[in-house]
Design a protein around this ligand. Sequence first.
Ligand code: UDP
Ligand code: MG
Length: 305
Amino acid sequence: MLTVIVPCYNEEEAVGYFYPELIRYLKPMKIDYEILFVDDGSKDKTVEECLKLKEKDKKIRIISFSRNFGKEAAILAGLRESKGDYVVLMDADLQDPPKLLPEMYEMVSNGEYDSAATYRVTRKGEPPIRSLFARMFYLIINKFIEVEIVDGARDYRLMTRKMVDAILSLTEYNRFSKGIFAWVGFKTKYIEYENIERVAGETKWSFWKLFKYAIDGIVGFTTAPLRIATYMGTIVSFMGFLWMMFIVIKALTIGDPVSGYPSMMAIICLLGGIQLIVVGIVGEYLGKTYMESKRRPNYIIKEIR
Ligand code: UDP
Ligand code: MG
């Protein structure tokens, strides 16, 4: 059996397009399936639309959250509830083309790969500044982490039950799926495709949401930024020491007329800035540790239908 997990947040317009398109490719695959719509606290008629589909297709299940918990939580709930031997994650907006599904299933079910994942080679229809930041993010994170996250990788991915169980064995609260998928390993085939614009509705990701998501990713998978303080501190102390020697010798040999206010201000501001940044970085990690230590559930399920 194949489980299709579809996180939905305010997708009332999209699900009506999504379902027939999915079925068009799912039916000829001649495999038993279940479709899990995870309603992430939608404020529109998403659930009603899903219930309409459920009337026609008994293989649909709908998990409703008590409020919006974010896509990561929806993915986690879907994976936990999934019963299939194979599991695929798909967005509701048809940006993850169901057309690729038979090919992905073929690769994984014949045992060649444990997972078939997708990535976009283009970012057509996206603001250029966002693409630039996305590129930078992948460059930075891949420098520091031990596994590789493919630039443009989507969450659209078909996996074996073994891999799903491995993902579920990671119990952390701050879940950065792109990193977790890479971290658990397994043989993965990457399929590329051109970016597709969403069929209806609009994106839930603002620039700041993505920025925070990027920081979560980095903080969740590497502690390298914490070392910045050590490196900076070493460099600055060394330079400070040299300068101190210079000033002392100068005062002893040629005397010391009072001057240097501008340079002192510049140095105070520079060091103050560096210290604040470093405290901020330590704070990021402390905050994450705090949230982890609370051991709160990632989501609350209101109802499963
Ligand atoms: N989504 C979700 N919870 C959220 C935000 C998004 O379940 O808080 C779902 C959304 O319904 C969609 C998928 O995650 O199915 C991807 O969201 P979106 O299309 O807005 O992101 P983009 O494709 O623009 O990156
Ligand atoms: Mg989308």
